[in-house]
Design a protein around this ligand. Sequence first.
Ligand code: GLU
Length: 416
Amino acid sequence: MSSGREFLDSALSQLKKAAEVLNIEPGIHLYMQNPKRTLIVAIPIRMENGEVKVFKGVRVQHNNARGPYKGGIRYHPNVTVEEVTALAMLMTWKCAVVDLPYGGAKGGVVCNPKEMTKTELERLTRRYTSMIYELIGPYVDIPAPDVYTDAQTMAWIMDTYSQIRGYQVPEVVTGKPVSLLGSLGRNEATSRGVAICVRETAKYLNKPLKGATVSIQGFGNVGSNAACILYDMGAKIVAVSDSKGGIYSRDGLNPYRVLEHKNATGSVINYDGCQNITNEELLTLKCDFLIPAALENQINSRNADMIQAAAVVEGANGPTTPEADRILYEKGVLVVPDILANAGGVTVSYLEWVQNLKRETWTLEEVNSKLESRIVSAYASVLEKSKKHEVNMRDGAMLLAVSRVAEAIRLLGIWP
Ligand code: GLU
């Protein structure tokens, strides 16, 4: 079975569990199981050597009962329609958990950006945007960055969309460069949200954050910024990794220096004074907080039993399979689920969109304080739900999200 299929099955099983507890009407459950719209496109690109290649792209719009569709676009060789569908569904729940006036969507293009030039990536992005153009828009569907896409990618989307419209439409996309009406704090927002969740979890577990040991899988935008923010908060980052492998230091490492090393050499491995470890070893290290910040299905039935962290805070989307979730729960490992832990990104996307619509720019302090209060209050609501229903935090977050979305669908009714 493809990992995308497995991922979608686990998203559907989480929904089913919540629907059962909440006693959701079968019709509304069915409604939420299916994405409202899926567009698959074949994107022709002339590569720099003159050869024409065709890339498969997709945009899945899961649900818009609570507001316009919202969600990132990922570029990755393993993208599948099932994976993007699961991710779109997670976006619906994520926006509902933090109570943003959005639904959920996700996009993906099957490509390997590491093997493409900047010009090729620009052509791919512009052509993809033109092919999903009719389905996106500031009040329809607002894309953002995800795995291997960034502020530059968003600038190209904004420009392509605006060129076709005939005037500039910054609010069609979030995660833009700050100089192009992006929001201050958006680039680190997902990581800041993760760090806030780590801090809230430390409080809940009665552990001091100062000196708490943290292992982070993935040293991309989310992982590296989370490492730096937590380091600044006084946590001890003992291990980090990327796709080439990981590094470990019992005494803790300085993530700012590791980032310089990664920028210079292409990987975190072989960093002075650290021991090289595998990604698998990183996941099973003894530590206070484990932050999976790479791809889905990383903590699964094969390794969950060996996890020695006190808590897992999910920076990535879908890093833990349902089977692993069950094992961790039985072992007493607290899991702060993706739809809460990494919601900082979409929260600041929302703040960026509001600034754009009002033609305002807010200070970093304003943005960060709004982010802080949204995540802290969502964390408390999720904890309350999970205590009330005596379930883990993922189920608690799902109960909160699914009840909000179901209520919106119920009130809107089914047209005609
Ligand atoms: N790709 C990010 C996520 O998975 C951000 C989405 C957004 O800002 O719309 O949450």
